[in-house]
Design a protein around this ligand. Structure first.
Ligand code: ATP
Length: 447
């Protein structure tokens, strides 16, 4: 009997969870075990691809998943069935906004699919474009309800993380504990952070001491640790002392912490709602602290103007925003909120790079040359008068003083606790990767 050849299969899926339950990464973890049992082997860690964090209809972090396996061509049908079955059984399809989708691709990843993926990370794409690529690439797609998850599934296949990427080990809780407060030995998180940072990142918020590795919602994740290599996140995971059982864990390869969502705009005129951007400009309107503690200022370039907002939860970034003055030259990084009846289009700041600081000047009335008392103005261009000795002068001018700026040039980020999944943390600058890993570590999942 002739054996069929081995093939590579990419399985992308998305939109399975709801605010009430589930997590698409958990389905990936279930499939890792199932597909291994079916004789498939993985050619990459499961890819966890964060798509545009600015899309209005995401549930949480807009994460999509792709599994890349080798299997016998004979088994592709069963693998597809098992995948669809697992997704169906573990999706919260009763939620109006949950529209699962799964895409299977046996062929090579063509350039139009890579471009589609990049656009889904940086902008908004449409279902009809996704379906067209499914067709032309020879992929197969299955959607539940309106099947919008096909967009994310397809994009996850097309983002092969060939340049900068990071890793995350995610551990999952047993069914019985989900929805209850998470039990983790806190000092072990501090110990893990001390022993593994900067090879792991964003474990603890340095300003408040808050533990960032554990989410807060009803999803099945106990904790997730992000880092630069599979070895680093695995070592970190071994240091944590969970105080409840871990049902399973998996190491994912991701675009977390890479700034993949930000598109460098050449001018303010290129800014589009829902398309995260990096744009340069000079402050043309003084920062204003509005109700809720948010800081709003405006920048301009030769093509136009745009408002920038550092919201209260951005912490450190808001403090920097407050110190900017008209004339400062900055680069603004962030998602773009569309205009509303109350506000113009606004960049919701994730980072600010201060490129040039304008001198902070003050203008005061001159002192009286006879009695050293500060003089009074007699009106615009009418000179000054001394109240004490009566001396008058139309020659004297306002005295210009320059004040020290309380902020320096450089890059500033939101506080760790409010950073997006995709935001590149400061300590990753200069450590970006330029290629895919050559091989995988042996134990990258349990069971
Ligand atoms: P997670 O909770 O897993 O982090 P999420 O739950 O926040 O992610 P989803 O529930 O997956 O987000 O919903 C996002 C939906 O938006 C999916 O159906 C996905 O296909 C679709 N989508 C994602 N990115 C884009 C985009 N750039 N343009 C259009 N649709 C998108």
């Amino acid at each position: 009997m002739l054996l069929k050849p081995m093939v590579t299969m990419h399985i992308g899926f998305d939109d399975t969870d709801s605010p009430r339950m589930g997590c698409t990464t958990y389905i990936a973890a279930l499939l890792v075990v199932k597909l291994h049992q079916m004789g498939a082997f993985f050619v990459d860690y499961p890819n966890l691809i964060r798509l545009n964090p600015n899309v209005p209809w995401k549930t949480r972090g807009n994460g999509a998943l792709c599994l890349r396996i080798r299997c016998n061509e004979e088994h592709t049908g069963e693998i597809m069935e098992a995948t669809i079955d697992t997704i169906e059984k573990n999706s919260d399809s009763s939620c109006t906004n949950t529209n699962p989708g799964v895409v299977f691709l046996l062929n090579d990843i063509q350039n139009d699919l890579r471009v589609f993926a990049k656009r889904a990370i940086q902008g908004i794409v449409e279902m009809k474009e996704a379906l067209k690529i499914v067709k032309t690439s020879g992929a197969e797609a299955v959607g539940i309800k309106n099947g919008r998850g096909i967009i994310g599934g397809l994009a996850a296949i097309g983002e092969t993380l060939e340049r900068d990427h990071t890793y995350e080990v995610i551990t999952y809780r047993t069914l019985k504990n989900r929805g209850t407060p998470r039990r983790i030995h806190i000092p072990s998180v501090t110990e893990m952070n001390e022993k593994t940072s900067p090879l792991t990142f964003n474990n603890i918020d340095s300003e408040t001491g808050r533990i960032l590795i554990a989410p807060r919602g009803p999803d099945p994740i106990l904790y997730g640790i992000r880092g630069e290599s599979p070895e680093a996140v695995k070592q970190a995971h071994k240091i944590i002392r969970p105080q409840e059982p871990i049902e399973r864990w998996v190491i994912f390869r991701t675009n977390h912490g890479t700034d993949a969502h930000l598109h460098q705009a050449n001018s303010t005129s290129e800014i589009k709602p829902f398309n995260p951007v990096i744009v340069q400009g000079d402050l043309c309107k003084e920062p204003e602290v509005i109700l809720g503690g948010h800081v709003i200022f405006r920048i301009k370039d030769e093509k136009g103007e745009v408002d920038c907002a550092a919201y209260e939860p951005t912490g450190a970034l808001r403090e920097v925003a407050k110190k900017l003055i008209v004339g400062d030259s900055i680069e603004a990084y962030g998602g773009v909120r569309p205009a509303s009846s109350k506000h113009p289009v606004t960049v919701n700041l994730e980072k600010i790079r201060i490129l040039k600081l304008a001198p902070k000047l003050s203008f005061s009335n001159p002192k009286c040359p006879h009695c050293d008392r500060r003089m009074k103005s007699m009106g615009k261009e009418k000179g000054f008068r001394c109240d004490k000795c009566g001396f008058r002068s139309s020659e004297l001018e306002k005295v210009v003083g320059e004040h020290e700026r309380t902020v320096r040039k450089g890059l500033y980020l939101t506080s760790q606790r409010s950073q997006r999944h995709l935001t590149k943390p400061l300590l990753r600058y200069g450590t970006e990767k330029a290629k895919t890993p050559k091989k995988m570590i042996v134990d990258w999942h349990f069971p």
